[in-house]
Design a protein around this ligand. Structure first.
Ligand SMILES: Cc1cc2nc3c(=O)[nH]c(=O)nc-3n(C[C@H](O)[C@H](O)[C@H](O)COP(=O)(O)O)c2cc1C
Ligand SMILES: CC(C)CC(=O)C(=O)O
Length: 362
């Protein structure tokens, strides 16, 4: 793990209520998938190319028409006001200043219009995408989509890996199932079926299907990113269905504990999609080298979840800014060390598995 991130993680751990720390850090079941994410990156090494004459690398990328200062965006995570009183507003400001995309969670403790407003105070063209769990009641999904559109979000990120909620071992042990008084999932307020001013629970449904995704796409002009895809056949289907991008993810090890690491699933997904749509990756990205390895394996960009929460808990907006500045600097440095001019400059042949005799490609 990058040293700056590791130090922020320790500061976050010292500051947070241990129950909230466990909510952020924990995974499902025996936390096998959680551990697999970082372990899979630790097994990878980068083979640099020499004398390429590439000059200093440019870490910027373009994704769904937005220019990002680096191939790192912020994956959606719930409940930022457990980490810091400024919560999602602080995150939004730091992400906008860093020039990348924030995917704000449907389970945010700040309403999406306040999140976009905070981002745009810092940078008028800042991109905020809205993460959505499709709701079993279509009217609720539609109301959430309209809320995201009205707030100026420029994409919807539909999380498809949660037909039911993962069994979070630490939360069960700690009895953490409700937000403390004064905090709520603000996007869930004033939705159809809820009394005025009250929030609805976020529903997860195993009955959802590709037909529901199609209905969503008929509802809105916003591009849809499908999050939580691991199987290559689902990736191909998503591209056929007109999804704008994929986010390969095991949900930070919080859903199916038997799932592989995202980066283990990435090469087959990238092959299945064959460049038709951008493929993003999250889970266990803790350094610039991790990000660059994922790019070489076919990702257009990576997402970070917990590192942003560590920065936020440690030092609010400045902590999130520190995480993103460090990752950008590291990506730039490592691309240059690898002889690449930009984020497209590495091939899959430049990623090898450590400990293999000779060069074992991924
Ligand atoms: C505390 C926490 C809350 C999360 N909340 C959401 C969420 O509301 N929606 C969602 O799609 N994913 C959620 N995720 C998953 C992240 O979007 C992401 O897939 C994962 O955290 C990436 O792994 P990383 O934390 O190792 O970087 C959450 C993850 C964590 C750790
Ligand atoms: C509270 C949930 C809706 C969010 C979460 O913890 C997750 O998606 O992992």
């Amino acid at each position: 793990m990058n040293g700056v991130l590791a130090a922020l993680r320790e500061r976050a751990r010292a500051r947070l209520d241990p129950v909230h720390w466990d909510f952020y850090e924990g995974g499902a079941g025996a936390e096998t998938a959680l551990a697999a994410n970082e372990a899979a990156f630790a097994r990878l090494a980068l083979l640099p190319r020499v004398l390429t004459g590439a000059g200093p690398a440019d870490p910027a990328v373009t994704l769904l028409g937005e220019r990002l200062s680096m191939p790192v965006l912020v994956s959606p995570t719930a409940f930022h006001r457990l980490a810091h009183p400024d919560g999602e507003r602080a995150t939004a400001r730091a992400v906008a200043a860093a020039g990348t995309v924030l995917i704000t969670s449907m389970a945010a403790t700040t309403a999406v219009d306040e999140v976009t407003a905070a981002a745009r105070e810092v940078r008028p063209d800042a991109a905020v995408w809205f993460q959505l769990y499709l709701q079993p009641e279509p009217a609720v999904t539609e109301a959430l989509v309209r809320r995201a559109e009205k707030a100026g979000c420029t994409a919807l990120v539909v999380t498809a890996d949660s037909p039911v909620f993962g069994r979070r071992t630490r939360d069960d042990r700690n009895g953490f199932h409700d937000l403390p008084p004064g905090l709520a999932a603000e996007n869930m307020r004033d939705l159809p079926g809820a009394p005025p001013g009250r929030t609805r629970d976020i529903a997860m449904s195993p009955a959802l299907s590709w037909a529901d995704l199609r209905r969503l796409r008929e509802l809105t002009e916003l591009p849809v990113v499908l999050k939580g895809v691991l199987h290559p056949a689902d990736a191909r289907r998503a591209a056929d269905e007109g999804v704008a991008a994929l986010l390969v993810s095991n949900h930070g090890g919080r859903q199916l504990d038997a799932a592989p690491a995202g980066v283990e699933a990435l090469p087959a997904v990238a092959d299945a999609v064959a460049g038709r749509i951008p493929v993003l990756l999250d889970g266990g990205v803790r350094s610039g080298a991790d990000a660059v390895a994922a790019l070489a394996l076919g990702a257009a960009a990576v997402g970070v979840g917990r590192p942003v929460l560590w920065g936020l808990a440690a030092d609010g907006e400045a902590g999130v800014a520190a995480v993103l500045a460090e990752l950008r600097a590291e990506v730039e440095h490592i691309l240059t060390l690898c002889g690449a001019a930009d984020c497209h400059g590495l091939g899959r042949d430049q990623v090898v598995v450590r400990g293999a005799t000779g060069v074992r490609p991924c």
